[in-house]
Design a protein around this ligand. Sequence first.
Ligand code: ATP
Ligand code: MG
Length: 190
Amino acid sequence: MKNQGMAPRTYRLRLKKKSKGYLIIFTGKGKGKTAAAYGVALRTLGLGHKVAIVQFIKGPWVSNEVKAMKTFGNQVDMYTAGDGFTWQTKDRKKETASALKGWAVCLGLLSAGRHQLYIFDEIIYALKYGFLSVSEVRKGLRARPPLVHIILTGRDVPAELVKIADMVTEMKDIKHPFRKGWLAQAGIDF
Ligand code: ATP
Ligand code: MG
């Protein structure tokens, strides 16, 4: 890495921090949290590294990003947290059991350490509704292998997770066609 005109101290800091595993959070009410996570996944895949994705919400359709990820073969491993866990269902017991199973999958993946990037999509939803304990998840995230990156997505991230994260981006909803009555568009929303 060349100095590129940076002040020597900045340059040294960059070098020192070159190989840190980040805990990244994409949150907020605006669109783009899951899409941003998959965007980062593409970069990791482009490097030839492996990605694991655990989805904490199973929508009524198979999203096209999931189909696209499957074309990367064994570079990507995808899991859905349980079966009955969607935005529609109201069965708390079932949703909690699904979320707990999903979290067990996340912990198993992290301890196996076979991937460089882990995406726990909509896990924040499971925390928000109390299906998972924030302190348990915090503990598991802190114990991650040092050089892997983790991305969490979902609205309303708890402050305890912001505290331990390296990077937190809030998507702000300025305008969305949904409010004019437009439904989700294939290729854009799913
Ligand atoms: P995306 O999957 O497109 O990146 P997201 O992960 O930021 O969106 P979620 O809260 O997970 O958003 O909601 C998923 C679905 O809701 C997507 O189809 C998305 O386009 C849509 N959506 C996201 N933000 C809004 C919004 N502000 N108003 C209406 N629909 C939204
Ligand atoms: Mg999402």
